[in-house]
Design a protein around this ligand. Structure first.
Ligand code: NAP
Length: 308
């Protein structure tokens, strides 16, 4: 069977990929947006988005993404579910192997985003779904009237801790330093919330469990070496993200943390391959920056194609 051909193939259906799709299809380029799981990316597991302009009072992540999706297909963008196995640079064309089928295109936009990072503590993997979670919006409601802990000190940890106070009887927030990394407004909300107890300067050293799942979390204070046992039956890990770039197999240059090396005009080390959003090296990871990136990547791809 001959390969399907497109002008642009976008990999990833988060805010960056969908915006790139909107711009590319509006420029009347034959574009396919490929998503491995569900459209919307990390926003699908985000509670309230308060910093996306135009929505005073905020909007829930999944609702915002549903609107993005409706909008991006309005101009004829084709979307599909599938996993990219390989990308080859043939010069003026790129060949992609997607679920065993061959596709050809003139330009590729990588917009695969990032996944939550694991904590790396013993027993963590085996307790996923039995107390350990990486998504408060997905699993928070399972922890009604019980004590739980959030690990991390960034925006995600702060938002999750605040959200989880709706369900849990108490939320411990375990952070390895004595100052949160989260935005000031979130810091204030965390510190003023009576249900949240900060466990400063501390890391998780062990997990206790029985046949029902997680029963407790051992933490150690890095300054005093004091050990403490938190009676928590849920642990929400929010210690940052890892870019989804392993599948690229070295076709474009990555930095030491695995992010695609691409500047603000989204060009990667290979002509005709662009990178947008959280998977590329950038200083700010927000819906607004991902959207900006998607627009830049699509217009750069359009320019590249017209110059071929
Ligand atoms: P992040 O900003 O990288 O924060 C990760 C947190 O986890 C940091 O506090 C870090 O501690 C801690 N940490 C990292 N590795 C750890 C380990 N092994 N053990 C214990 N703690 C560890 O990650 P994020 O909160 O997931 O956010 C990712 C990006 O998305 C950020 O750019 C963030 O601003 C953005 N974001 C924005 C919003 C929003 O605007 N509403 C919401 C969510 C996320 P240190 O502070 O000591 O490094």
């Amino acid at each position: 069977m001959s390969a399907q051909e497109y002008d642009i193939i976008i990999i990833g259906g988060g805010p960056a990929g969908m915006t790139a799709g909107l711009y590319a299809s509006r420029a009347e380029l034959k574009t396919l947006l490929l998503e491995k799981m569900i459209m919307g990316g990390q926003m699908m597991t985000t509670t309230r988005v308060e910093n996306w302009p135009g929505y005073p009072g905020g909007i829930d992540g999944p609702e915002l993404m549903m609107r993005f999706q409706e909008h991006c297909v309005e101009f004829g963008l084709e979307t599909a579910t599938g996993e990219v196995e390989r990308i080859e640079d043939l010069g003026k064309q790129k060949r992609l192997l997607i679920d065993g089928k061959e596709y050809l295109c003139k330009a590729v936009i990588i917009a695969t985003g990032a996944n939550p990072r694991k904590l790396g503590v013993e027993g963590e993997e085996g307790l996923v779904g039995r107390g350990v979670s990486y998504c408060a919006t997905c699993d928070g409601a399972f922890f009604r009237n019980v004590p739980i802990a959030v690990i991390g000190g960034g925006d995600t940890a702060a938002e999750e801790a605040i959200f989880l106070t709706r369900f849990a009887s108490k939320v411990y927030m375990v952070h390895r330093r004595d100052e949160l990394r989260a935005t000031k407004i979130l810091q204030t909300r965390v510190l003023e919330n009576d249900k949240i107890e900060m466990i400063w300067d501390s890391v998780v050293t062990g997990l206790d469990s029985d046949n029902t799942g997680l029963t407790g979390i051992k933490v150690e204070n890095l300054k005093t070496d004091e050990q403490r046992q938190l009676e928590a039956v849920g642990m929400f890990v929010a210690v940052g993200v890892t870019p989804i770039t392993q599948f690229l197999g070295g076709i474009v240059e990555l930095d030491e943390s695995g992010y695609v090396k691409a500047g603000e005009i989204t060009h990667t080390s290979v002509a005709g391959i662009f990178a947008a959003g959280d998977c590329r090296t950038n200083i700010l990871k927000q819906v607004s920056t991902a959207v900006g990136d998607g627009a830049v990547a699509a217009t750069q791809a359009e320019k590249y194609i017209s110059e071929l």
